[in-house]
Ligand binder design. Structure first.
Ligand code: CA
Length: 521
């Protein structure tokens, strides 16, 4: 592909910033003169920061109009400002925060956008028609996986309206302190995942028999009735491997295959119907971030978040350690004091969780983040928060809880890609958007994942893994708004099943990883 040689370019996020990032692929050498007259004193890699003015020792280094660090020595204009030259600011205390102070003009409603989805009995809408097999404990994973291979080979071809069969494998269920206060998180996560809209309310469980997480504890009577009236009596479809009736491995496998057939038959009768875009439940997150994440992909996602909120949809942003440093921006955007207080509650819980483990929020950044130009968690956080757009924040979810409202919600989760994705699935996500700068082939079996590249070079090299290239924003060939609309339209196509994402195409599925802050035994 022909690539134009780009003139020297740096990108500033705010007029009062005193650093900018170098946009050019491959970085720029010492002596480079920018159109502003600034001269590089040394080589600066792509995505890394250059000092726009002389920075005296101790002065604030500003990006996104916030101090992302303090200069550890004098830094002349044109220098490479890397993490070794910066002292990270202390975390903002969780008291005296601005509460619901920002009252943005209501965004004009966005009407007339629809997609083709699977309407469920509880009113939720699926974007895929997937049969899921819930497991109470890791012990049954091998048997279930064996049975799923047979279901896919022997049964699935007879049910063309069903997209896939997925075993919800996880590491929980036994060998854990199941009565510890925090055990509520992994248990409700598993429960709510099995009720994800993409599974059509068909719940089937494989249990070992002796595990701590008994099927009735995972899915107490009444939980299934919410999604499937046939089971209003609270009867759960369970295959228990230790049942006396099973003689031999094949007896277990056949029981699973036989039971699955009944669910597949009902799922196969479902048809897509036209539903408003407001039925989208979108989880946004980022992973493998670089300095472009907060310049290209995340702002485009943020613009798209606003479009979704205007269309009446539900959007969740998460990743507590990546928004902790912008807590004052978030509490001020809360629609009510109650929402702000809930946000502070979740952040305080997470602060204590990290402290218990002898870590703090700075444990978040990776070597790859730093190589990509992100000096510390403050800089990373500012680039991460922009995924939430500008809409008011109207809801807060604790980890593993189910989302029950429209609009923009802060779903508190760790930033770990798999744990965040797993918790957003539990919340009821039916479409996932994932931005990456360093590059990750991330995917989840239960839900389509749209991946957005922050740089054109990544989009070029990973052309069959990245669904959207937001690097066009840094290249100057597209605006944030244009990429945001492109993403919005792609979402409707993907949600309708008209398009598959690359991770669906290649069946790239990462493991479900439960967040278990409680002890194991
Ligand atoms: Ca993440």
């Amino acid at each position: 592909m022909h690539e134009e040689v780009q003139a020297p370019l740096y990108i500033t996020m705010h007029a009062s910033d005193n650093v900018a990032i170098v946009a050019n692929n491959g970085g720029l050498p010492a002596g480079t003169v920018f159109p502003s007259g600034l001269v590089l004193r040394e080589q600066v890699p792509q995505g890394h920061k250059v000092a726009l003015t002389d920075l005296a020792e101790g002065s604030a280094v500003r990006r996104y109009n916030v101090p992302i660090g303090f200069a550890l020595k004098d830094i002349p204009a044109g220098s490479w400002v890397h993490e070794r030259l910066l002292k990270m600011p202390d975390a903002r205390a969780l008291d005296n925060l601005p509460i619901a102070t920002v009252k943005p003009e209501p965004l004009p409603p966005l009407e007339g956008y629809t997609f083709e989805g699977f309407r469920n009995r509880d009113g939720s809408v699926g974007t895929r028609n997937i049969m899921a097999i819930t497991q109470t404990v890791q012990c049954v994973a091998g048997v279930t996986s064996f049975a799923v291979q047979r279901i896919k080979a022997e049964l699935l071809p007879r049910f063309p309206n069903v997209d896939d069969v997925v075993a919800l494998e996880h590491g929980y269920g036994c060998g854990v302190a199941i009565d510890a206060p925090d055990a509520v998180i992994p248990i409700r996560t598993l429960r709510n995942i099995s009720l994800n809209p993409n599974f059509g309310g068909e719940v089937m469980v494989v249990s070992l028999g002796c595990e701590k997480l008994q099927p009735e504890r995972l899915l107490p009577p009444g939980t299934i009735a919410l999604v499937d009236e046939r089971d209003a009596a609270g009867k759960l479809d369970v295959v228990c491997l230790q049942d006396d009736t099973h003689v031999g491995f094949m007896s277990m496998v056949e029981a699973i295959v036989r039971q699955a057939g009944q669910h597949l038959e009902r799922l196969n009768a479902r048809k897509r119907e036209t539903v408003p875009a407001s039925e989208l439940v979108v989880g946004v997150q980022c992973g493998g971030s670089d300095a472009f994440s907060g310049v290209t992909a995340n702002p485009a996602v943020g613009f798209c978040t606003d479009l979704l909120v205007r269309a009446g949809a539900s959007v969740m942003f998460s990743e507590t350690t990546e928004v902790r440093d912008g807590i004052d921006q978030l509490t001020s955007r809360a629609t009510t004091p109650e929402v702000a207080v809930a946000m502070i509650r979740e952040m305080a819980w997470y602060d204590a969780y990290l402290q218990r483990g002898g870590a703090d929020r700075s444990a978040n950044t990776t070597p790859g983040n730093k190589k990509g130009g992100l000096s510390n968690i403050v800089e990373k956080a500012m680039g991460s928060i922009v995924k939430s757009g500008s809409a008011p924040i109207s809801g807060v979810l604790a980890p593993g809880e189910k989302l029950k409202q429209k609009g923009l919600t802060y779903a508190a989760t760790p930033a770990s890609d798999f744990i965040c994705g797993t918790l957003q699935l539990a919340a009821g996500m039916n479409l996932h958007v994932f931005t990456t700068g360093r590059g990750t082939p991330y995917g989840l079996a239960p839900v389509p994942v749209i991946k957005v590249a922050t740089r054109s070079d990544l989009a070029r090299r990973w052309h069959d893994l990245m669904d959207i290239n937001a690097g066009t924003i840094a290249d100057g060939s597209a605006s944030i708004e244009e990429v945001g609309w492109q993403l919005f339209r792609l979402m409707l196509d993907v949600a309708s099943g008209r398009k598959k994402t690359w991770s669906e195409q290649w069946k790239l599925h990462n493991a479900l990883v439960l967040f278990n802050p409680a002890p194991v035994t």
